[in-house]
Write a protein that binds this ligand. Structure first.
Ligand SMILES: Nc1nc2c(ncn2[C@@H]2O[C@H](COP(=O)(O)OP(=O)(O)OP(=O)(O)O)[C@@H](O)[C@H]2O)c(=O)[nH]1
Length: 469
């Protein structure tokens, strides 16, 4: 989950404020105090947090608001705007164009997740119809070529590298030339990392860059370093023309918020974030979508993007859901926000926040693991007791989880009966894919899925504006 704790705390603070009958200075101060605490815990720089707090207080002047103004909305909007301002990473980055050859060079320290991210980046574009290729110019780390080869083979992406050549410049040039000849439109060059910022690393980066003349150099940084990301980004920017930044390991790291704001402070465009070790745990970074999610408003554009991945990677999940089946496996993915389906559903307004609010993903994970792959109908009392004993849980907790599963199942049944869903299913997966455009999603499937997740009311509260985003 992306910055689960920070998001959960912000959502809780807003929820608490919304539950107050009267919103006065005290309630606002309390809400801001909790948000401030959460941001500091996420390693966001003190000055940034203090500015955010002051700006919100200046904008939301409760004494001067004419009666009839919706104070909650005004406060939420001010928090949204200020968080966006804080995380705004400056000018948009160079975007490679499909069909036109672009060379993209990846740089970063050793262990930052550079090699993994190269393949994630290639796969992301491949799923969108590009023809990517990978070049391994990392001759420093033994095993780097094997790792890239393994990842690329799994993702069915062409690759180039050498076990014998030790000159990274030569490998980079040969690889880029070969893939240009093969009309690949996205040639990704993985370069060597070092344990720390050292002269040899920067010199090698400069040489590879000079020889391959990349259209874009992407700096991959480990998000768990928090605020320290500021100095690292500045140092790399001074040595090579960095056009974009990707932050990795943003899954569950307490310091992720600090890394995000630090990158923003260097005004380096942040284009993607890595949210796990698996190939599909990779997300486009868009400030507004990200903040919407952080404060529990959901991210519908991200949802549509992700649901297309469900068809690509877990078509059986999509069909199962539309057939009215909601399985334990899906609930498992949902709780852990794993797999495209779990990730997609978490982007719906209210649901991501609901899951974050639980703040007990690990416990949920342990509970579900006990029941994974088991048909709940077959779970008799004695088995429930056994599961409870074996997992160290109360019987009531196991039953609560089974009830929740049944609830999802019933809603999935209702979803499958909808006329629109039946029409979508008629032509099988290919028709589903054809129909899976943004307009169709927002008109047909999306409202039904939200209904299924019991989100109709929160949707209404937030107004139809969300569907238009
Ligand atoms: N949790 C998590 N782990 C990640 C993520 N991205 C990469 N990793 C893991 O981080 C470790 C290092 O990743 P690599 O891709 O080998 O790192 P690298 O920067 O290429 O390392 P060098 O080639 O030595 O420079 C691996 O175990 C990856 O699986 C991410 O977004 N989340």
């Amino acid at each position: 989950m992306v910055l689960g704790e920070l998001g959960g705390s912000v959502v809780r603070a807003l929820q608490k404020m919304s539950n107050s009958t009267i919103i006065d200075e005290n309630v606002l101060n309390e809400c801001l105090k909790e948000i401030t605490r959460a941001l500091l815990q996420a390693d966001v720089q003190f000055k940034l947090v203090r500015d955010l707090q002051m700006n919100i207080k200046n904008i939301v002047n409760l004494d001067h608001l004419a009666p009839g103004h919706n104070k909650r909305n005004i406060i939420q909007q001010a928090i949204f705007n200020e968080l966006c301002k804080m995380l705004d990473t400056g000018e948009p980055s160079f975007m490679p164009k499909k069909g036109k050859t672009s060379v993209v060079m990846f740089v970063g320290l050793q262990g930052s997740g550079k090699t993994t991210t190269c393949t994630k980046y290639a796969l992301y574009h491949q799923k969108k119809g590009w023809k990517p290729a990978l070049v391994c110019a990392d001759t420093f780390r033994a095993g780097a070529f094997d790792q890239l080869k393994q990842n690329a083979t799994k993702a069915k992406i062409p690759f180039y590298g050498s076990y014998v050549e030790s000159d990274p410049v030569q490998i980079a040039v040969e690889g880029v030339d070969r893939f240009k000849k093969e009309n690949r439109d996205l040639i990704i060059v993985d370069t060597s990392g070092r344990h720390k910022q050292e002269a040899a690393l920067f010199e090698e980066m400069r040489q590879v860059s000079e020889a391959t003349n990349p259209d874009l150099a992407i700096f991959v940084m480990d998000g768990s370093i928090g605020q320290a990301a500021y100095d690292q980004a500045q140092a790399f920017k001074q040595s090579v023309a960095i056009g974009a930044v990707i932050l990795t390991k943003m899954d569950g790291h307490a310091k992720g918020g600090g890394a995000l704001s630090a990158v923003a402070a260097t005004k380096s465009p942040l284009t993607f974030i890595g949210t796990g070790e698996h190939m599909h745990e990779f997300e486009v970074f868009n400030v507004q979508s990200f903040v919407k999610r952080l404060i529990g408003m959901g991210d519908l554009s991200g949802f549509i993007d992700k649901i297309q991945e469900v068809e690509y990677q877990q078509p059986e999940h999509m069909l199962e859901l539309l057939d009215g089946n909601f399985t334990l496996r899906m609930m498992y993915d949902l709780y852990l926000l794993k797999g495209p389906m779990g990730q997609a559903l978490s982007l719906l307004p209210g649901l991501g926040a609901k899951l974050m609010r639980k703040g007990q993903e690990k416990e949920s994970q342990a509970k579900i693991k006990q029941l994974d792959n088991t048909d709940p109908k077959l779970i008799k009392d004695s088995r429930i007791m056994r599961i409870a004993r074996g997992s160290g849980r109360k019987v009531a907790e196991v039953m609560e989880m089974l009830n929740e599963l049944n609830e999802y199942k019933q809603r999935a049944k209702i979803l499958s009966q909808m006329k629109e869903v039946k029409n979508l299913k008629k032509g099988g997966m290919s028709s589903l894919s054809r129909n899976m455009n943004a307009q169709n999603m927002s008109k047909v499937l999306l409202p039904q899925m939200m209904n299924m997740c019991g989100l109709r009311s929160s949707m209404k509260q937030m107004g139809s504006a969300l569907l238009k985003t």
